[in-house]
Design a binder for this molecule. Sequence first.
Ligand code: PEP
Length: 253
Amino acid sequence: MKNISKKIIIGNWKMNLSYKDSVILGKKIINNLKGKRIKNEVVILPDFSALSSISQIIKKPLVLGAQDIAKNKLGAYTGEVSLESLKQLNCSYILIGHSERRQYFFDDEMIADKMKNVLENSNITPILCIGETLGQKRSGKTLLVLEKQIKTAFSKVGKLTNKKIIIAYEPVWAIGTGRIITVADAIVIHKKIKSLVEKICHNNLPKELGIIYGGSININNFSNFKDCSDISGLLIGGTSLKAGDFLNIVNNF
Ligand code: PEP
């Protein structure tokens, strides 16, 4: 199992912007990066309503991803968005199991099926989000929680040996709170996540694995996470809504 070849910066816009504002932000980022040589992979995750418009104007080096995916293939599943559509919109990445989905939309139960759907039916890279709550951290359960989340996510997947997978370690207590993990703690946990994947997928390891950090990253703290071989990139929420700040991170990580 290799590390992903380029570090990756991902902007998760969540449901913070309307369709029109998403297109405006998308255009700012696209125009700024168009034709530039960026050493990192740069991904934006607009909401579903904006994917189609942005997919028509997006230019390399920027690539597109989706914030979620249906667990089923096409069919009578009102309100869901299919993998087939995301393939047609040239999504390169799909977020699975973000803590807000786990908390508000009961995604825990569906994560294994979503991972299976993406990995078995596309070449799209899943970004699996894992992380402990403050209560779990305080009671010393972080590693147990992460192990359970990884075990569940990989419980239904088929052959992984030709697949690339990103795991985003996002402590729930750090998302949108302004509280941030120390780099030393992040490194310890990232190493542990890698060894958990090795244990859980032992004879079926993904070809490439990237373990990235997310939670209250901003322009004042992102550089602390730079140049750490165990931290393959960043998943950025709030700060990715400000084009200037996001681009600053993209250009300097
Ligand atoms: C996120 O929701 O994935 C995230 C990292 O949010 P924020 O950067 O706002 O903490």
